[in-house]
Write a protein that binds this ligand. Structure first.
Ligand code: AP5
Ligand code: MG
Length: 224
């Protein structure tokens, strides 16, 4: 059994299922999910200084500047729940972010355990994102889909009965931009991590439970 923290990157395009899978993985492995997108959406809805800085980028589907994202990550990493590791969701998204992440971890004598890349074709991503509904309760944040994984009570969360809403960046125009940004600026990370021999590709089409099992098999292989 390998010791040390379990530092995972859950990588994939918008709508790949990172958030859906991360919510289940954190339960199983007892480590927190760090979603830079969720941190930014919370900041926007609270009207904080950070929220004002990131709002225009997030709502247009562009990327928030690297320096700001690295600062957000670093302050999240300082929280005590990260001592046993973390699941990064939506970060890093550019080569400079990946390099910044490596430097931050190195300065703490730590490293990335593995990168799990969830691969889904663009046409499926568009269907997933336009039909996504999310629980408004920030402590829950469960993700549903009007066709693929509907909640039992229309418009409300199965887990906490919170109201469901549609993300502002889930409009067709913004989704198209997010996919373009992914292919231009984020997908080069696949080669970056392949070069480091820590990339594990998973077919993200098919049932949520089947994909979850494939992710668990990889993680178990990394820790034993
Ligand atoms: P972020 O919040 O990270 O969004 P994203 O990467 O675009 O990914 P999503 O959250 O849209 O998709 P997901 O993979 O989590 O899919 P989900 O599980 O919900 O970032 C938002 C914005 O913040 C960015 O555009 C940017 O502006 C900014 N930002 C964030 N991080 C940044 C960074 N590091 N640098 C710079 N800027 C940053 O699933 C999607 C839907 O599909 C759901 O409805 C779900 O129910 C359904 N579904 C899931 N799995 C399946 C399945 N197997 N079959 C059918 N349906 C499925
Ligand atoms: Mg997400």
């Amino acid at each position: 059994m390998k010791s040390g923290p379990l530092n995972l990157i859950l990588f994939g395009p918008p709508g790949a299922g990172k958030g859906t899978q991360a919510k289940q993985l954190i339960e199983k492995y007892g480590i927190p999910q760090i979603s830079t997108g969720e941190i930014m959406r919370e900041a926007i809805s609270s009207g904080s200084e950070l929220g004002k800085k990131v709002q225009s980028f997030v709502q247009s589907g562009g990327l928030v500047p690297d320096k700001l994202v690295l600062d957000i990550f670093q302050s999240r990493l300082d929280k005590p729940d990260c001592v046993k590791g973390f699941i990064l969701d939506g970060f890093p998204r550019t080569i400079p972010q990946a390099q910044g992440l490596e430097e931050i971890l190195l300065s703490r004598k730590s490293t990335i355990t593995g990168v799990l890349a969830v691969m889904v074709p663009d046409e499926d991503l568009i269907k997933r994102l336009t039909g996504r509904r999310i629980c408004k309760n920030p402590a829950c944040g469960a993700s549903y889909h009007v066709d693929f994984s509907p909640s039992k009570k229309n418009g409300f969360c199965d887990q906490c009965n919170g109201e469901l809403y549609q993300r502002k960046d889930d409009s067709f125009e913004v989704i198209s931009n997010r996919l373009k940004v992914y292919h231009d600026q984020t997908s080069p990370l696949i080669e970056h991590y392949e070069g480091k021999k820590i990339l594990y590709k998973v077919d993200g089409s098919g049932k949520i439970e089947v994909i979850f099992q494939k992710l668990c098999d990889i993680i178990n292989g990394l820790t034993h």
